[in-house]
Ligand binder design. Structure first.
Ligand code: TXA
Ligand code: MG
Length: 319
């Protein structure tokens, strides 16, 4: 990679401990790491990402002891979810301890925590000996990074280092579930663990619906995950636009007809939703870099990871 040398977890941990910023891989997307207990370092993440301060961060932990330093009063439901899905793409919103800086939680009385299923992330947290905040390592509102290169292209000159852990296996952000009221668990963001899987473990769970999916997390603004190129979701058997418009197609499966498109990305030839999620952001990054006037995206079924994919496409299409 021209002009880009990844750093080691040891170097990364040194930078985190000194209050610097390091991007790190997780199984979902790359995160922009800072010491969760250093408000100045955390403040810089908002600056670097150009993210509004009202949008709280997810804190990443490597051990259950780290969780104890952040949240209190783990409910029975929380324990069941942790047992079933950690380490993995599930974020729990829990009552916070007073010691968690306000800038991390945007003044809320809750804190969002997850244990990522990625050895490099876990190593970084352990070597740093503190929990690490990690918003996705992209500029606010833009497409999330699923490779170190994506991070380098957006934030390379603004941060102290990037850990390279290869392409992200899940490829879509964690599911966020609020247990602020343990009697009423609520899904705030669809993501890498499906609603069906969560229901199998804890039974009924509320999904407050916006247009395509959950909207309750404060950062879930409608026009999120946006490529620079306008994106529209295809309806029925729509044809490629003609008349000098350079359009790209984001196809779910092998497209029957891709005539008239300048560029085509297929998320999963076999129509597998997990594979499609893993390819989504990289495909969007490529289409966005292809000098197109418009991206047309095929809808995917709203089950399993399809719910999270449709959520991201709907936000990307809302400009
Ligand atoms: O998969 C992921 O979750 C990735 C990787 C890096 O771990 N991180 C990520 O972070 O997606 P970010 O900052 O892009 O999204 C965090 C979301 C935001 O929508 C924010 O509003 C919500 O989590 N959030 C954070 N703390 C919250 C809280 N206390 N209550 C409700 N929502 C919260
Ligand atoms: Mg994000």
């Amino acid at each position: 990679m021209a002009g880009f040398t990844p750093i080691s977890p040891e170097q990364g941990a040194g930078i985190i401990r000194e209050g610097g910023l390091v991007a790190f891989p997780t199984e979902t997307v790359y995160g922009l790491g800072a010491d969760a207990f250093n408000p100045r370092a955390v403040a810089r993440t908002f600056q670097v990402k150009e993210r509004p301060l009202f949008d709280p961060l997810i804190v990443h932990v490597a051990e259950m002891g780290d969780l104890d330093a952040l949240a209190h009063g783990l409910s029975h439901l929380a324990s069941r979810l942790i047992e079933a899905f950690w380490p993995g793409p599930l974020t729990l919103v829990l009552p916070k301890r007073d010691t968690v800086p306000h800038i991390v939680t945007a003044g809320l009385e809750t804190v969002a925590v997850r244990m990522p299923a990625h050895q490099v992330a876990l190593q970084l947290i352990r070597l740093s000996q503190r929990p690490i905040t990690g918003p996705s390592a992209n500029l606010f509102g833009r497409i999330s990074p699923t490779t170190a290169r994506h991070v380098h292209d957006q934030l390379g000159d603004r941060i102290e280092g990037i850990l390279d852990g290869g392409p992200c296996r899940v490829g879509i952000e964690s599911t966020i579930i609020s247990l602020a009221d343990p009697a009423q668990p609520e899904i705030l963001r669809a993501g890498g663990v499906s609603v069906e899987e969560i229901r199998d473990v804890i039974g009924p769970v509320r999904i407050p619906h916006g247009r395509g999916g959950p909207v309750q997390a404060p950062g879930m603004l409608l026009n999120h995950y946006s490529p620079g190129t306008p994106l529209r979701i295809l309806e029925g058997h729509q044809k490629a636009p003609s008349g000098g418009c350079r359009a790209g197609l984001l196809a779910f499966k092998s497209p029957g007809n891709s005539q008239g498109y300048e560029a085509v990305e297929v998320l999963s030839r076999e129509g597998d939703l997990q594979e499609a999620a893993a390819n989504l952001f990289a495909a969007l990054h490529r289409l966005d870099g292809a000098g197109l006037d418009l991206i047309l995206a095929e809808p995917v079924p709203r089950r399993g990871l399809g719910l999270a994919i449709m959520d991201r496409l709907e936000r990307a299409s809302a400009k």
